[in-house]
Structures are given as structure tokens and as C-alpha cells.
Design a protein around this ligand. Structure first.
Ligand code: GLN
Length: 277
């Protein structure tokens, strides 16, 4: 048996107590330590020594630190984002916002102008700019750290000329209008249970939004109508039990709401379009 295979089995065993995805974690960390793709690691594990760095990464993972912070990267839709402590890690749940937007624009002109409110490391905005190559965008966040990741990610993807990043409090001070508004706000209620490591490692300001998790939607509700162009769409992420409350808050001033579901079949986004008059 190769040293790499032995190390993977050993690491997976060590991680089993603290992670539900021990083998996957062991592989992702090894791929990073060896600087190769996970596919390549599994199909053709290199015949070489295990870098010492690997065991340092396994130790960090044992404390519950998310794999994405240890490897410094996470895939989302068709792009890869660099992430680290202080920014929300992209989640597959949020991909429903992108698929809903693709669906909306399938039989319309593609969006020219995209706004991402609470862009974090640029997750939704950069995925959208990757899809609609003629579009430009604006990304807003309250966190300077998030914006520095977003800016580095934009540069790495070659999109820096197509977007502006702004430090700000949601859409306060934004007077432009957009064809597509994307937003993954904090929506977790203070006492709510979260996945392993989320509360301990990820930034509170990206997660928590008051007693019911609705505070961000309350701030956004009066801002959204003036930002949306005719024929456009807002896609905003929600917690699985917030569909009715968020639809009621956001469907106003001529906007109508519908709900999109994630891959697990749970409500995960409220979509807003102009009601036909
Ligand atoms: N879905 C995230 C989680 O439960 C929360 C993200 C958010 O509040 N925007 O970990």
C-alpha cells in the first residue's frame, strides 16, 4: 500500500470522531497538501511521501475548523472561490439562486447589470458574471475582510473590470437599477442550531439576524423595489421555514413573490418579479 493511501485511511480514522465527512475531508486536505485535484488523488494517488503540512491540516480539522478555511478554497457553481476565516463559506444551498436566475432569463435578454447584496467572498456575483459574460456587477458588503476576498477572487477570475465592490449597509446609497439582484443575507435566529463548526468558525454578521432571523429582510424590503429594472428578478436566500414570512415582507410596491427549493427539496429562496399590471 502506498504511503498516501495509508495516510488517507489513518486521517479518516482520526477525523471520524469530529466529522460526518471524515474520508472526504481527508481526501480534500490531501489533495490540497499535494497540490493536485481530488479526482487525480483518487484515480492515481502519487507514489510519494506525505507532506508534513498534511498532518498539520488534519490537526486543524480535528478542532472542527471547516475544510474550506484550511484549504483556503471552495467550489461554487462553475467557479472556485478563495476563502478564509472572517468570510462566509459558499454553500451548495445558495446555488438555487443561480439556477433560478438562469431559468428566469432563459427566454429573456440576458441581465446586463447585477447587484449582489452581502457578497461575502463574491460568491453569487462572480458565479453570475461567469455565466453572463457581457454583464457587469456591483457587490456590497459590510465586511472589509469579505471585500478583500471578493476583490482577490474577481482578479483571479479576470472579472475585475466588470465589477465594483463597495463597503456598505445593504443598498443604502445605491441609486442605480439592476436586472438581477442576488442576496444571501444572514437569516439564522439567535438560538437556532447550526451545522458543525458554523457557529464557532464562521462570521456572526453573515449568519445571525435577530430573534426570528428576519432582521435583514426587514431592512431590505423597502430598498428592493427601487433597485429592480422592468423584466428583472430578485433572488434572495431564506431559511427553510421562512418562506411565508419573507414573501410577506418582500412582496410590496408591485413586486410578486414565489419560492424556489434547494436540492433537498426545502424552500431556499424567495424570487421577486414585477407583477403584470
Ligand atoms: N445556510 C447557512 C447555514 O445554516 C446560513 C447562511 C445564512 O445565514 N445566510 O449554515
Amino acid at each position: 500500500m502506498k504511503a498516501i493511501d495509508r495516510a488517507l485511511a489513518d486521517a479518516a480514522r482520526q477525523l471520524d470522531a469530529s466529522s460526518d465527512t471524515a474520508r472526504l475531508d481527508a481526501e480534500l486536505l490531501m489533495a490540497e497538501a499535494l497540490n493536485i485535484d481530488r479526482d487525480r488523488l483518487i484515480l492515481a494517488p502519487p507514489d510519494r511521501d506525505v507532506p508534513k503540512r498534511y498532518w498539520d491540516m488534519v490537526e486543524r480539522r480535528k478542532t472542527g475548523e471547516p475544510v474550506a478555511y484550511i484549504t483556503g478554497r471552495r467550489a461554487f457553481w462553475d467557479i472556485e472561490l478563495h476563502v478564509g476565516p472572517g468570510v462566509l463559506i459558499p454553500r451548495p444551498d445558495s446555488e438555487v439562486l443561480i439556477s433560478s436566475a438562469i431559468e428566469h432569463f432563459r427566454d429573456r435578454d440576458p441581465p446586463e447589470c447585477i447587484l449582489d447584496l452581502g457578497t461575502g467572498p463574491g460568491t453569487l456575483l462572480l458565479a453570475a458574471l461567469d455565466i453572463w459574460r457581457d454583464a457587469s456587477g456591483v457587490g456590497i458588503d459590510v465586511s472589509r475582510r469579505a471585500l478583500s476576498y471578493a476583490s482577490a477572487n474577481a482578479r483571479r477570475l479576470g472579472f475585475e473590470k466588470r465589477l465594483k465592490l463597495k463597503l456598505g449597509d445593504w443598498a443604502a446609497g445605491i441609486s442605480d437599477t439592476f436586472d438581477l439582484l442576488l442576496c444571501n443575507p444572514p437569516y439564522v435566529a439567535e438560538g437556532e442550531a447550526l451545522g458543525p463548526g458554523v457557529r464557532e468558525f464562521e462570521p456572526d454578521e453573515a449568519l445571525f439576524a435577530g430573534d426570528e432571523g428576519l432582521d435583514a429582510y426587514r431592512v431590505l424590503a423597502p430598498q428592493l423595489p427601487r433597485l429592480l429594472r422592468p423584466g428583472g428578478m430578485v433572488a434572495i436566500e431564506i431559511g427553510p421555514d421562512q418562506a411565508d414570512a419573507v414573501s410577506a415582507l418582500l412582496a410590496r410596491d408591485g413586486l410578486q413573490a414565489s419560492v424556489a427549493h434547494d436540492l433537498a427539496g426545502r424552500p431556499r429562496a424567495v424570487l421577486l418579479t414585477w407583477a403584470k399590471s
